[in-house]
Design a protein around this ligand. Sequence first.
Ligand SMILES: Cc1cc2nc3c(=O)[nH]c(=O)nc-3n(C[C@H](O)[C@H](O)[C@H](O)COP(=O)(O)OP(=O)(O)OC[C@H]3O[C@@H](n4cnc5c(N)ncnc54)[C@H](O)[C@@H]3O)c2cc1C
Length: 260
Amino acid sequence: MMKETTLILFFHRERMTYRITIVGGGIIGLTTACTILKEYASVDTLKLTIIADAFSPETTGDVSGGFWEPYGLDLSDQRIMEWARYSYNIFLDEYFSSKAARAGIMELSAYILKGQQVNSNDDTSSNPSFLSIVRHYRVLKSPEIDMFNHLGSITGFVMSSIVAEVRRYLPELQRFLQQDSRVKFIKRKICSLNELKNEADVVINCTGLGAKDLVDDLTIRPARGQVRMRSIDNVFLLYCYCLRLGHACSCSMDQIDVLF
Ligand SMILES: Cc1cc2nc3c(=O)[nH]c(=O)nc-3n(C[C@H](O)[C@H](O)[C@H](O)COP(=O)(O)OP(=O)(O)OC[C@H]3O[C@@H](n4cnc5c(N)ncnc54)[C@H](O)[C@@H]3O)c2cc1C
Protein backbone atom coordinates (compact mmCIF):
# COMPACT_ATOMS: atom_id res chain seq x y z
CA MET A 1 0.00 0.00 0.00
CA MET A 2 2.80 2.38 0.81
CA LYS A 3 5.93 3.06 -1.21
CA GLU A 4 9.16 4.68 -0.16
CA THR A 5 9.64 7.89 -2.08
CA THR A 6 13.16 8.71 -3.07
CA LEU A 7 13.09 12.25 -4.26
CA ILE A 8 16.05 14.45 -4.92
CA LEU A 9 15.19 18.12 -4.78
CA PHE A 10 17.47 20.67 -6.33
CA PHE A 11 17.37 23.70 -4.12
CA HIS A 12 18.17 26.99 -5.81
CA ARG A 13 19.35 29.69 -3.49
CA GLU A 14 17.43 32.41 -5.27
CA ARG A 15 14.15 30.52 -5.10
CA MET A 16 11.89 31.27 -2.15
CA THR A 17 9.72 28.16 -2.14
CA TYR A 18 9.90 24.58 -3.41
CA ARG A 19 6.57 23.41 -4.69
CA ILE A 20 5.73 19.73 -4.75
CA THR A 21 2.30 18.69 -5.95
CA ILE A 22 0.87 15.24 -5.39
CA VAL A 23 -2.05 14.35 -7.62
CA GLY A 24 -4.17 11.79 -5.77
CA GLY A 25 -5.63 11.73 -2.27
CA GLY A 26 -5.83 7.95 -1.74
CA ILE A 27 -3.55 5.86 0.48
CA ILE A 28 -0.62 6.22 -1.93
CA GLY A 29 -0.99 10.01 -2.27
CA LEU A 30 -1.33 10.65 1.48
CA THR A 31 1.43 8.27 2.57
CA THR A 32 3.71 9.76 -0.09
CA ALA A 33 2.94 13.19 1.39
CA CYS A 34 3.83 11.93 4.89
CA THR A 35 7.10 10.47 3.60
CA ILE A 36 8.05 13.76 1.97
CA LEU A 37 7.33 15.69 5.17
CA LYS A 38 9.45 13.20 7.10
CA GLU A 39 12.33 13.48 4.61
CA TYR A 40 12.18 17.27 4.50
CA ALA A 41 11.09 17.94 8.07
CA SER A 42 13.36 20.96 8.42
CA VAL A 43 12.71 22.53 5.01
CA ASP A 44 10.27 25.31 5.82
CA THR A 45 10.35 26.66 2.27
CA LEU A 46 8.61 23.50 1.08
CA LYS A 47 5.03 23.87 -0.18
CA LEU A 48 3.26 20.56 -0.54
CA THR A 49 -0.05 20.52 -2.38
CA ILE A 50 -2.32 17.47 -2.58
CA ILE A 51 -4.83 17.67 -5.41
CA ALA A 52 -7.57 15.09 -5.90
CA ASP A 53 -11.07 14.96 -7.27
CA ALA A 54 -12.05 12.60 -4.39
CA PHE A 55 -10.83 12.05 -0.86
CA SER A 56 -11.78 9.52 1.82
CA PRO A 57 -14.34 7.95 2.04
CA GLU A 58 -14.47 7.90 -1.77
CA THR A 59 -11.10 6.32 -2.60
CA THR A 60 -10.28 2.73 -3.52
CA GLY A 61 -8.62 2.10 -0.16
CA ASP A 62 -11.88 2.93 1.64
CA VAL A 63 -13.39 -0.29 0.31
CA SER A 64 -10.27 -2.41 0.65
CA GLY A 65 -9.34 -5.10 3.15
CA GLY A 66 -6.25 -3.11 4.18
CA PHE A 67 -4.25 -6.28 4.75
CA TRP A 68 -0.46 -6.24 4.40
CA GLU A 69 0.73 -9.03 2.14
CA PRO A 70 2.80 -8.63 -1.03
CA TYR A 71 0.28 -10.49 -3.19
CA GLY A 72 0.35 -11.19 -6.93
CA LEU A 73 3.67 -9.36 -7.29
CA ASP A 74 7.07 -10.30 -8.66
CA LEU A 75 8.94 -10.91 -5.42
CA SER A 76 12.23 -11.36 -7.23
CA ASP A 77 12.09 -7.60 -7.87
CA GLN A 78 14.11 -6.17 -4.98
CA ARG A 79 12.31 -2.81 -5.23
CA ILE A 80 9.01 -4.51 -4.40
CA MET A 81 10.59 -6.27 -1.44
CA GLU A 82 12.00 -2.95 -0.19
CA TRP A 83 8.62 -1.19 -0.57
CA ALA A 84 6.95 -4.07 1.24
CA ARG A 85 9.50 -3.92 4.06
CA TYR A 86 9.18 -0.12 4.34
CA SER A 87 5.36 -0.34 4.56
CA TYR A 88 5.44 -3.17 7.08
CA ASN A 89 7.85 -1.31 9.35
CA ILE A 90 5.86 1.94 9.16
CA PHE A 91 2.60 0.13 9.97
CA LEU A 92 4.31 -1.72 12.82
CA ASP A 93 5.57 1.59 14.27
CA GLU A 94 2.06 3.00 13.98
CA TYR A 95 0.62 -0.10 15.63
CA PHE A 96 2.89 0.47 18.63
CA SER A 97 2.06 4.20 18.74
CA SER A 98 -0.66 5.79 20.84
CA LYS A 99 -2.72 6.58 17.73
CA ALA A 100 -3.10 2.94 16.58
CA ALA A 101 -6.70 2.49 17.77
CA ARG A 102 -7.82 5.86 16.37
CA ALA A 103 -6.11 5.12 13.03
CA GLY A 104 -7.50 1.59 12.80
CA ILE A 105 -4.13 -0.19 12.75
CA MET A 106 -4.13 -3.76 14.03
CA GLU A 107 -1.54 -6.50 14.19
CA LEU A 108 -2.95 -9.95 13.63
CA SER A 109 -1.96 -13.52 12.93
CA ALA A 110 -2.69 -14.49 9.35
CA TYR A 111 -2.98 -18.11 8.24
CA ILE A 112 -1.95 -18.21 4.58
CA LEU A 113 -3.09 -21.51 3.11
CA LYS A 114 -2.39 -22.88 -0.35
CA GLY A 115 -4.38 -25.59 -2.04
CA GLN A 116 -1.64 -27.60 -3.70
CA GLN A 117 0.29 -30.82 -3.33
CA VAL A 118 3.56 -30.42 -1.45
CA ASN A 119 6.33 -32.66 -0.30
CA SER A 120 5.42 -33.14 3.36
CA ASN A 121 9.10 -33.46 4.31
CA ASP A 122 9.90 -30.06 2.87
CA ASP A 123 8.93 -27.51 5.53
CA THR A 124 10.14 -24.52 3.56
CA SER A 125 8.52 -25.30 0.20
CA SER A 126 5.69 -22.82 0.75
CA ASN A 127 7.76 -19.97 2.17
CA PRO A 128 7.57 -16.81 0.09
CA SER A 129 10.59 -14.52 0.32
CA PHE A 130 8.60 -11.76 2.07
CA LEU A 131 8.51 -13.85 5.26
CA SER A 132 11.94 -12.42 6.04
CA ILE A 133 10.20 -9.05 6.47
CA VAL A 134 7.57 -10.02 9.04
CA ARG A 135 8.08 -10.23 12.79
CA HIS A 136 6.95 -13.80 13.37
CA TYR A 137 6.09 -16.69 11.11
CA ARG A 138 5.98 -20.43 11.23
CA VAL A 139 5.24 -23.09 8.66
CA LEU A 140 2.13 -25.09 9.55
CA LYS A 141 2.70 -28.70 10.49
CA SER A 142 0.51 -31.46 11.77
CA PRO A 143 -1.62 -31.31 13.91
CA GLU A 144 -2.30 -27.61 13.19
CA ILE A 145 -2.54 -28.11 9.44
CA ASP A 146 -5.04 -30.91 10.06
CA MET A 147 -7.56 -28.25 11.16
CA PHE A 148 -7.90 -27.46 7.47
CA ASN A 149 -8.36 -31.01 6.17
CA HIS A 150 -11.82 -30.07 4.90
CA LEU A 151 -10.09 -27.86 2.29
CA GLY A 152 -8.26 -30.83 0.80
CA SER A 153 -4.50 -31.05 0.52
CA ILE A 154 -3.00 -27.77 1.57
CA THR A 155 0.23 -26.21 2.71
CA GLY A 156 0.59 -23.00 4.63
CA PHE A 157 2.16 -20.77 7.19
CA VAL A 158 1.13 -18.29 9.86
CA MET A 159 2.60 -14.83 9.95
CA SER A 160 2.22 -11.73 12.03
CA SER A 161 0.75 -9.13 9.68
CA ILE A 162 -0.94 -5.76 9.83
CA VAL A 163 -4.43 -4.69 8.87
CA ALA A 164 -5.29 -1.03 8.40
CA GLU A 165 -8.92 -0.08 8.60
CA VAL A 166 -8.41 2.39 5.79
CA ARG A 167 -11.62 4.38 6.39
CA ARG A 168 -10.16 5.31 9.76
CA TYR A 169 -6.54 5.50 8.64
CA LEU A 170 -7.01 7.98 5.79
CA PRO A 171 -8.85 10.64 7.86
CA GLU A 172 -6.10 10.28 10.48
CA LEU A 173 -3.41 10.87 7.83
CA GLN A 174 -5.40 13.81 6.50
CA ARG A 175 -5.65 15.33 10.01
CA PHE A 176 -1.90 14.85 10.50
CA LEU A 177 -1.07 16.51 7.17
CA GLN A 178 -3.47 19.41 7.72
CA GLN A 179 -1.66 20.31 10.94
CA ASP A 180 1.43 21.20 8.88
CA SER A 181 1.22 24.74 7.55
CA ARG A 182 3.29 23.72 4.48
CA VAL A 183 0.52 21.40 3.27
CA LYS A 184 -2.52 22.40 1.25
CA PHE A 185 -5.40 20.19 0.05
CA ILE A 186 -7.29 21.05 -3.14
CA LYS A 187 -10.32 19.24 -4.51
CA ARG A 188 -9.96 19.42 -8.27
CA LYS A 189 -9.91 17.13 -11.27
CA ILE A 190 -6.72 17.29 -13.33
CA CYS A 191 -7.21 16.56 -17.02
CA SER A 192 -3.56 16.90 -17.99
CA LEU A 193 -0.39 17.18 -15.88
CA ASN A 194 0.47 20.18 -18.08
CA GLU A 195 -2.12 22.13 -16.10
CA LEU A 196 0.36 22.07 -13.22
CA LYS A 197 3.48 23.17 -15.04
CA ASN A 198 3.38 26.73 -13.67
CA GLU A 199 2.12 25.68 -10.24
CA ALA A 200 4.68 23.05 -9.22
CA ASP A 201 8.38 22.26 -9.44
CA VAL A 202 7.77 18.54 -8.91
CA VAL A 203 4.56 16.64 -9.66
CA ILE A 204 4.03 13.16 -8.23
CA ASN A 205 1.36 11.07 -9.88
CA CYS A 206 -0.58 9.03 -7.28
CA THR A 207 -3.81 8.71 -9.21
CA GLY A 208 -4.12 4.91 -9.06
CA LEU A 209 -6.53 3.67 -11.69
CA GLY A 210 -7.01 7.30 -12.76
CA ALA A 211 -3.52 7.17 -14.32
CA LYS A 212 -5.02 5.27 -17.21
CA ASP A 213 -6.81 8.41 -18.39
CA LEU A 214 -4.49 11.04 -16.98
CA VAL A 215 -1.20 9.81 -18.44
CA ASP A 216 -2.43 7.14 -20.88
CA ASP A 217 -0.89 4.42 -18.71
CA LEU A 218 -2.37 1.39 -20.41
CA THR A 219 -0.51 -1.02 -18.10
CA ILE A 220 -2.75 -0.07 -15.19
CA ARG A 221 -5.81 -2.23 -14.68
CA PRO A 222 -8.13 -3.15 -11.83
CA ALA A 223 -7.79 -6.59 -10.31
CA ARG A 224 -10.97 -8.30 -9.33
CA GLY A 225 -12.04 -8.21 -5.71
CA GLN A 226 -14.88 -7.68 -3.36
CA VAL A 227 -15.19 -7.03 0.33
CA ARG A 228 -18.06 -8.18 2.47
CA MET A 229 -18.43 -6.73 5.90
CA ARG A 230 -20.43 -8.09 8.75
CA SER A 231 -20.49 -7.81 12.52
CA ILE A 232 -18.62 -10.43 14.43
CA ASP A 233 -17.36 -10.79 17.98
CA ASN A 234 -13.78 -9.72 18.55
CA VAL A 235 -11.63 -12.24 16.73
CA PHE A 236 -8.05 -11.44 15.86
CA LEU A 237 -7.19 -14.10 13.33
CA LEU A 238 -7.17 -14.04 9.58
CA TYR A 239 -7.49 -17.02 7.27
CA CYS A 240 -6.35 -16.62 3.70
CA TYR A 241 -6.92 -19.52 1.33
CA CYS A 242 -5.32 -19.29 -2.11
CA LEU A 243 -6.51 -21.53 -4.90
CA ARG A 244 -4.87 -21.70 -8.28
CA LEU A 245 -7.63 -19.66 -9.92
CA GLY A 246 -8.48 -17.28 -7.16
CA HIS A 247 -7.80 -15.84 -3.78
CA ALA A 248 -10.27 -16.20 -0.99
CA CYS A 249 -9.53 -14.38 2.19
CA SER A 250 -11.44 -14.13 5.39
CA CYS A 251 -10.27 -11.47 7.77
CA SER A 252 -11.82 -11.21 11.16
CA MET A 253 -10.99 -8.15 13.19
CA ASP A 254 -12.60 -5.82 15.64
CA GLN A 255 -16.33 -6.03 14.80
CA ILE A 256 -15.59 -6.46 11.10
CA ASP A 257 -15.29 -9.47 8.88
CA VAL A 258 -13.88 -8.93 5.43
CA LEU A 259 -13.92 -11.40 2.58
CA PHE A 260 -12.32 -10.82 -0.77
C1 LIG B 1 -12.11 -4.92 -2.83
C2 LIG B 1 -10.68 -4.53 -2.67
C3 LIG B 1 -9.92 -5.08 -1.65
C4 LIG B 1 -8.58 -4.72 -1.50
N1 LIG B 1 -7.87 -5.24 -0.46
C5 LIG B 1 -6.56 -4.88 -0.30
C6 LIG B 1 -5.82 -5.38 0.79
O1 LIG B 1 -6.31 -6.12 1.64
N2 LIG B 1 -4.51 -4.98 0.91
C7 LIG B 1 -3.93 -4.12 -0.01
O2 LIG B 1 -2.75 -3.78 0.15
N3 LIG B 1 -4.64 -3.63 -1.04
C8 LIG B 1 -5.93 -3.99 -1.21
N4 LIG B 1 -6.64 -3.49 -2.26
C9 LIG B 1 -5.96 -2.59 -3.20
C10 LIG B 1 -5.85 -1.20 -2.60
O3 LIG B 1 -7.09 -0.77 -2.08
C11 LIG B 1 -5.37 -0.23 -3.68
O4 LIG B 1 -4.17 -0.71 -4.25
C12 LIG B 1 -5.10 1.15 -3.11
O5 LIG B 1 -6.22 1.63 -2.38
C13 LIG B 1 -4.76 2.10 -4.23
O6 LIG B 1 -4.54 3.34 -3.65
P1 LIG B 1 -4.21 4.60 -4.55
O7 LIG B 1 -3.98 5.73 -3.62
O8 LIG B 1 -3.13 4.23 -5.52
O9 LIG B 1 -5.50 4.81 -5.47
P2 LIG B 1 -6.94 5.38 -5.12
O10 LIG B 1 -7.39 5.05 -3.76
O11 LIG B 1 -7.81 4.97 -6.24
O12 LIG B 1 -6.72 6.95 -5.14
C14 LIG B 1 -6.54 7.64 -6.34
C15 LIG B 1 -6.65 9.13 -6.03
O13 LIG B 1 -6.36 9.85 -7.19
C16 LIG B 1 -7.42 10.76 -7.46
N5 LIG B 1 -7.46 10.98 -8.90
C17 LIG B 1 -7.46 10.04 -9.88
N6 LIG B 1 -7.46 10.65 -11.08
C18 LIG B 1 -7.47 11.97 -10.84
C19 LIG B 1 -7.49 13.12 -11.68
N7 LIG B 1 -7.47 13.03 -13.01
N8 LIG B 1 -7.51 14.35 -11.09
C20 LIG B 1 -7.52 14.47 -9.75
N9 LIG B 1 -7.50 13.42 -8.92
C21 LIG B 1 -7.46 12.20 -9.46
C22 LIG B 1 -8.66 10.09 -6.87
O14 LIG B 1 -9.68 11.03 -6.65
C23 LIG B 1 -8.06 9.54 -5.59
O15 LIG B 1 -7.97 10.56 -4.62
C24 LIG B 1 -7.99 -3.81 -2.41
C25 LIG B 1 -8.75 -3.24 -3.42
C26 LIG B 1 -10.08 -3.59 -3.55
C27 LIG B 1 -10.90 -2.94 -4.64
